[in-house]
Design a protein around this ligand. Structure first.
Ligand code: TXA
Ligand code: MG
Length: 512
């Protein structure tokens, strides 16, 4: 079958295209179309055979019922048995929009559409293309999300094409879906009404209109023995190809933990993806890093989530680490989908961080223009088993000087460069838990301890690696002395690398 893609503009709709698509549906064919939530795979909801085609195109188990889409509230009567007062109020308030309600079905709705159930899910979308199409098709269009079963729902026509090419007659391309996550499903046959799937219409919003609503415990992410009430929620839906893991903690811990996890995985030769937010993306450097949206405006995260998961499928990553997001407003729906995509794999950020005593190493010298930056650069070149932020600082730095030219020259001879470095003064930000401070001489160590206290994390470099010497300033010395300094540092940094890696190995053993 050839799948035709037609562009259609919501603001200036080509009704001929709508008519053509409507005819396909009336004749029992399949047309994918945009809604405000995700793209739907449309079929005539009152046609048993069309339902079968839908399941076949998606590769979806046929016990998983479809949502019937309508364009006018009056259309409800014909397909449901009884509309409660509460349902009327919710429809008046939230339709058209991202709310699906479940009712007792009438005889006219085939069991093919409801997956054999006596109930039917109904939604009136707000997207204008969707509504015109429903009218052109006769008023009742069943539409699951237009993805292959088990893949993230499509939020663009291109996503639909990726999954449905050759399997359906037509795709209407109306641009990106505005919300990006599927509708909220509320079972109106339950007393009180029960949320089976969280979405953009939140529990709070529903409760403001009809009072208390319950929530199916399986959507809360709690491990539960019970089967979800919405049959579709039991499948490992929305699954990316790579193993997705959600890292949980406060945002600072999450960033540190994900950096470490990504670093470890890359050491093992894995391709790693990171789901970051606009606020945190700058803190990552290893792996394929994607911005999922802004924490300030969680709607942007909802809108991008599925596209990001699909992009990772194309990047061929083995593992994806994701930050977690606040469980407020649409955040509930975001975390619900993310957890499903992760198959409920969660990692505690603080547990990851705890196994690493130091996350940052600061080399301290007098002016931060020679030995300190040399040591830092030499350590950066080493193969370390853990990730560290490696810096150098000076005790007396008045302005951001570049490095000493002789130091630069000897480093160049060893194929290293410090041209980017600018001297920076040691401040309180360079002292604290998780930071290993290594000074060149004893005086510097004593001064730091006198000023900031002694948490047992300040050492001279020599002392830390078990040597008695002390490294003194080269100020005014000839080039040959710089050459000797390079040799000495090379020996000390080798020892330091060994010590750090041994500690890293022991640390990770403790956590096996
Ligand atoms: O936003 C949406 O709802 C999108 C767009 C296209 O409208 N559609 C959508 O459909 O997400 P689908 O088929 O991917 O998800 C429908 C969910 C499934 O989890 C299904 O099990 C549940 O709704 N469902 C449908 N009818 C049901 C019923 N009678 N009782 C319980 N759950 C039902
Ligand atoms: Mg779906």
């Amino acid at each position: 079958m050839k799948t035709i893609m037609k562009k259609i503009d919501e603001k200036n709709m080509d009704m001929q295209v709508i008519q053509e698509a409507g005819e396909i549906l009336k004749n029992g064919g399949l047309v994918a179309f945009p809604t405000e939530t995700v793209y739907g795979l449309g079929a005539n909801a009152l046609d048993e055979e069309a339902a079968k085609k839908t399941y076949a195109a998606k590769g979806r188990p046929s016990d998983n019922p479809l949502i019937v889409h309508i364009a006018e509230v009056q259309a409800l009567e014909k397909i449901v048995d009884n509309v409660s007062r509460e349902a009327e109020v919710l429809a008046a308030r939230f339709w058209p929009g991202p709310l699906t309600m479940i009712f007792k079905k009438s005889g006219i709705v085939p069991y093919g559409t409801t997956g054999g159930l006596e109930t039917v899910a109904v939604r009136m979308p707000s997207n204008k293309i969707a509504r015109e199409l429903i009218l052109a098709a006769g008023g009742y269009v069943s539409a699951p999300s237009a993805n292959t079963s088990g893949r993230p729902s499509p939020t663009t026509a291109a996503h639909v094409m990726d999954d449905m090419d050759g399997k359906i007659e037509m795709i209407l391309d109306g641009g990106s879906a505005e919300i990006g996550l599927e509708s909220t499903i509320v079972d109106m046959t339950a007393e009180p009404p029960m949320i089976l799937r969280p979405g953009a219409i939140t529990a709070d919003m529903l409760e403001q209109v009809i009072g208390y609503v319950s929530i199916d415990e399986t959507v809360l992410g709690i491990e539960s023995d019970k089967a979800p009430k919405a049959p579709g929620m039991k499948y490992r839906h929305y699954a990316p190809k790579a193993r997705l893991m959600i890292v949980e903690g406060n945002i600072r811990e999450e960033v540190l933990a994900i950096r470490q996890l990504a670093f470890d995985a890359i050491q093992k030769g894995k391709h790693v993806g990171i789901i970051a937010s606009a606020e945190t993306i700058g803190y990552y450097s290893n792996g394929i890093i994607k911005n999922i949206g802004s924490r300030e405006n969680e709607k942007t995260i909802a809108r991008n989530l599925y596209a990001v998961l699909r992009e990772f499928d194309e990047e061929q990553v083995d593992e994806i680490y994701s930050e977690s997001f606040a469980l407020a407003g649409i955040g509930n729906a975001i975390m619900n989908r993310l957890e499903k995509a992760a198959g409920h794999l969660r990692i505690s950020a603080s547990a990851v961080i705890k196994r690493q005593k130091y996350r940052r190493i600061v080399f301290v010298s007098a002016t931060d223009t020679c030995t300190g930056p040399m040591a830092a650069e030499m350590l950066r070149q080493k193969k370390l088993y853990q990730e560290y932020v490696i810096d150098s600082r000076g005790m007396v730095v008045l302005f951001p000087e570049p490095v000493n030219q002789k130091a630069e020259a000897v480093m160049k001879s060893a194929r290293m460069s410090m041209t980017e470095h600018k001297a920076a003064a040691f401040t309180s930000a360079d002292y604290g838990t998780g930071i290993l401070v290594l000074t060149m001489d004893r005086g510097q160590k004593e001064k730091i301890i006198a000023e900031y206290g002694d948490e047992g994390n300040v050492f001279t470099l020599c002392e830390y690696v078990g040597e008695d010497e002390e490294i003194l300033s080269l100020h005014g010395k000839p080039l040959t002395e710089y050459g000797k300094r390079l040799e000495l540092l090379s020996k000390l940094i080798d020892k330091l690398t060994e010590k750090l890696n041994k500690a890293a190995e022991e640390g990770s053993m403790e956590n096996v």
